[in-house]
Design a protein around this ligand. Structure first.
Ligand code: SAM
Length: 215
């Protein structure tokens, strides 16, 4: 009889690796320990589901490296009460992690096929606090603004102006900014005295394609 593979041990080993690499937010670690990454990728890649690497999705896109997912999620400093905008739904893996850590996630994806697949997976997992939009996330999702947190999971040539406008006071925007070969992961906080920016180091993401991004 064919039994579904049990990934529990591999998932815990991944969490140990994230801790060794500086992830200390217990809620983030618990979310990663609970989310079945294998459900967000094609079955042919399932043996690699818990390797610390990005993996291919359809249409030349990728599910991000788990350590990068953890770094970005930790940088958002989620308490559970936030309204979060995510740009780049992709597989829905990061979306589901965010959904476990905040009040509601609004997530925008430019490819209908990816958004539809993510929708089906999130449904299957009983995730009820996510709203998905097919569209250009470089201009945000104004209908639900302002957001307490915004996460961009694709590489932007500059910080999209409308994302800054849709960020609430004291909110954080996490975004990879740079050229298409390499970016800097920026954490931007909106304060009464302006935007404060700090860098979490280098990263590599697929490009953010849109009106206020790469054309
Ligand atoms: N967070 C995703 C996950 O966990 O699978 C991975 C996201 S992947 C690195 C980046 C995604 O951003 C791709 O799915 C890509 O199609 C999407 N994307 C690129 N430009 C976009 C735009 N302007 N608006 C919305 N999504 C965009």
């Amino acid at each position: 009889m064919h039994m579904p593979k049990d990934f529990t041990i591999q998932r815990q080993q991944l969490v140990d690796l994230l801790q060794q690499n500086g992830i200390s937010d217990e809620r983030v670690l618990q979310a990663i320990a609970a989310v079945p990454r294998e459900m967000f990728i094609d079955s042919s890649f399932q043996p690699m589901a818990y390797a610390n690497q990005a993996l291919p999705l359809v249409l030349g896109q990728t599910i991000s490296q788990p350590l990068m997912v953890a770094i970005m999620t930790q940088a958002l400093q989620l308490s559970g009460r936030e309204k979060v905008l995510e740009i780049g739904t992709g597989s829905g893996y990061q979306t589901f992690i965010l959904a476990r850590l905040c009040q509601h996630v609004y997530s925008v994806e430019r490819y209908p096929q990816l958004s539809d697949q993510a929708d089906a997976r999130l449904d299957q997992l009983g995730c009820a606090n996510v709203s998905l939009l097919i569209g250009d996330g470089s201009i945000g999702w104004v209908d639900h603004a302002p957001y307490d947190r915004i996460l961009v999971t694709a590489a932007a040539p500059h910080v999209p102006a409308q994302l800054l406008e849709q960020l609430d006071m004291d909110g954080f925007l996490v975004v990879p900014v740079g050229d298409q070969a390499q970016q800097e992961l920026q954490v931007i906080q909106r304060t009464h005295s302006g935007m404060q920016i700090h860098s979490l180091g280098r990263c590599v993401f697929v490009p953010l394609i849109g009106e206020d991004a790469w054309r």
